[in-house]
Design a protein around this ligand. Structure first.
Ligand code: IPD
Ligand code: CA
Length: 245
């Protein structure tokens, strides 16, 4: 039996702890571990994941899947999903659009999620059937129903093939929307939809840790989420909307 309220408190505290750590180290020279093609990984990604994993694992027996260290053993039907720093490139380049993202999965769906937008001091969270909040204030999706009045927030995953066909499909879709935003953090993009600042988030080939917390936050804010089944590397296609566009 999972105690959702207790688990949510654990996730919030872990996300706040990691956020403080990431802010305190933001002006330090960052050690680069991988700078390959369009991917960048920093030592601080790993340090933040270790901090979160240590915090959670001393308070919960559930297995953990993290972006940096994967998982140990079988995940089973209930497990934590951690992105210690979503928007690593933004963080590295001093663009203050990045977040800590922590979710708890049960039977293939996120049942709680926390996104710490630490540069803005906004802590987003939600748990199943209990609504979505930012800093304890309830949030809801927008009421915009026409594509021509709506904003799409999207991204191009670093491991995506950069083919003409892929971009041409993307541009065709862009033409339907009033505004297009690509902000470099799927988690923050998800908070935009949940808080009514954008109408749709869509990304193909995104990783589960990038969007698991965002999915439940959007859903609990009144939105509609759709996610394909993740492959063996935890990649999937995701579309989260306000449920009206
Ligand atoms: C990235 C961001 C970005 C998305 C990439 C992700 P990371 O996460 O979420 O918005 O387009 O696919 O990999 O690597 O900064 O945690
Ligand atoms: Ca990350």
């Amino acid at each position: 039996m999972i105690d959702i309220d207790k688990s949510l408190e654990i996730a919030k505290d872990a996300a706040l702890l990691a956020g403080k750590f990431l802010i305190s180290a933001n002006n330090d020279a960052q050690k680069i571990l991988v700078d390959d093609g369009r991917d960048i990984k920093l030592q601080i990604d790993q340090d933040a994941e270790n901090l979160i994993t240590e915090y959670i694992s001393t308070r919960s027996n559930l297995p953990i899947l993290g972006e940096e260290f994967g998982h140990k053993g079988n995940l089973g039907s209930a497990f934590w999903v951690i992105d210690p720093l979503d928007g690593t490139s933004n963080y590295f380049r001093n663009i203050p659009i990045c977040a800590v993202s922590i979710a708890l999965m049960h039977n293939n769906e996120p049942i709680l999620g926390v996104i710490n937008d630490f540069f803005s001091e906004n802590l987003y969270f939600a748990s199943k059937e209990k609504g979505a909040f930012v800093n304890n204030k309830r949030i809801t999706v927008s009421n915009i129903s026409e594509h021509s009045k709506g904003t799409i927030v999207t991204g191009i995953p670093s491991k995506k093939e950069y083919s003409k066909e892929y971009f041409s499909r993307m541009i065709d879709d862009f033409k339907c929307w009033k505004k297009v935003r690509m902000i470099g953090s799927a988690a923050i993009a998800n908070t935009f939809v949940a808080a009514g600042k954008a109408e749709i988030y869509r990304e193909e080939g995104i990783f589960l840790w990038d969007i698991a917390a965002g999915a439940i936050i959007v859903k609990e804010a009144g939105g509609k989420i759709s996610m394909s089944t993740a492959d063996n590397k935890f990649r999937l296609d995701a579309e989260f909307t306000n449920g009206k566009v």
